[in-house]
Design a protein around this ligand. Structure first.
Ligand code: FAD
Ligand code: FES
Length: 266
């Protein structure tokens, strides 16, 4: 499979409590990747854990990509023990990418917690295609969970910080800020984060008539559209069912396409 690459880990840092950035060297992945795509990591060469772990591509460099991840279970715990200089098997890039239509005048990103991971690459993409720095609502539980703020500022983005405990920026939720923003009709919104946040971002965008794209998650096995392990209810037809594969038709979806009433929340 030409999607499998043995990559050197050239950097692996703790960036916040329980959160790491890993840089993977691979010219092939770098040259094929688009903002919004993801990779599947074989966190251990043995049979445990059996499945690869999907991670968004955070940034695309000339000779590799970075990922930003949160340790939440066995797989990510093992991943966090790997050192710079070790190799890891990486499948990718996979999935579709964020569209960057040229007719929009305003680009807004709503990121919650580790959901920020695909957005540094998107900001760089929008800067390249449109020469415009997107505005960002960057939300997290507390100030530790506001990741990539410095990178976004260096890229020239206007940022609204939001924390649930009020330790930085507005105390509350990302959607509090989204509701108050007075932006033109030609605004396009991109979002990723906890499902309840994405659902509310979708509702607000519907009211404001803003086009909204969300990067969604689902548990994955093959990552390439074969096993149907990652399907979500959607206004799309696959094998006579109204569904979409997050790994193939997604992970980025126009939020109008998702059958939100039929999606459960973890
Ligand atoms: C397209 C995509 C992009 C993602 N990007 C990122 C990212 O950039 N950074 C990040 O921290 N996390 C990301 N995730 C979530 C990440 O894949 C899971 O947190 C991770 O697989 C958990 O593995 P674990 O073994 O530590 O946890 P466990 O809970 O032990 O995992 C058990 C199984 O569930 C799967 N799983 C558990 N939680 C999730 C989840 N939320 N999404 C998908 N599969 C899950 C695992 O792959 C594994 O098969 C992404 C998920 C998807 C689908
Ligand atoms: S993970 Fe197999 S079809 Fe999506």
């Amino acid at each position: 499979m030409d999607k499998l690459h043995e990559c050197l880990i050239t950097l692996h840092n703790l960036v916040a409590p329980n959160h790491y950035r890993m840089v993977l060297q691979s010219k092939e992945i770098a040259t094929q990747s688009l903002p919004g795509q993801f990779v599947m990591l074989e966190v251990s060469p043995g049979y445990y854990p059996f499945l690869r772990r999907p991670m968004s591509i955070e940034r695309i460099f000339s000779d590799g990509v970075s990922i930003l991840y949160k340790v939440c279970g066995e797989g990510t715990k093992i991943l966090s023990t790997l050192s710079t200089g070790e190799k890891i098997n990486v499948q990718g890039p996979l999935g579709n990418s964020f569209p960057i239509p040229k007719e929009y005048s305003h680009y807004l990103i709503v990121a919650g917690g580790i959901g920020v991971a695909p957005f540094p690459a998107l900001v760089e993409g929008i800067l390249k295609v449109r020469g415009i720095a997107p505005e960002i609502i960057l939300a997290g539980k507390d100030f530790h969970h506001l990741l990539c703020e410095k990178d976004f500022r260096q890229m020239g983005c206007k940022i609204h910080l939001v924390t649930e405990d009020g330790s930085a920026g507005h105390k509350g939720l990302a959607t509090d800020i989204l509701e108050t923003l007075d932006l033109p009709d030609s605004t396009i919104v991109y979002t990723c984060g906890p499902l309840p946040m994405i659902k509310n971002v979708h509702k607000i965008c519907e009211q404001k008539k803003w086009l909204c794209y969300a990067s969604l998650e689902a548990e994955m096995a093959c990552g390439e559209g074969v096993c149907l392990g990652c399907v979500i209810p959607a206004k799309m037809e696959i094998e006579n069912e109204m569904m979409a594969r997050v790994c193939r038709e997604g992970p980025v979806f126009d939020t109008q396409v998702i059958l939100w009433d039929k999606i459960g929340e973890k």
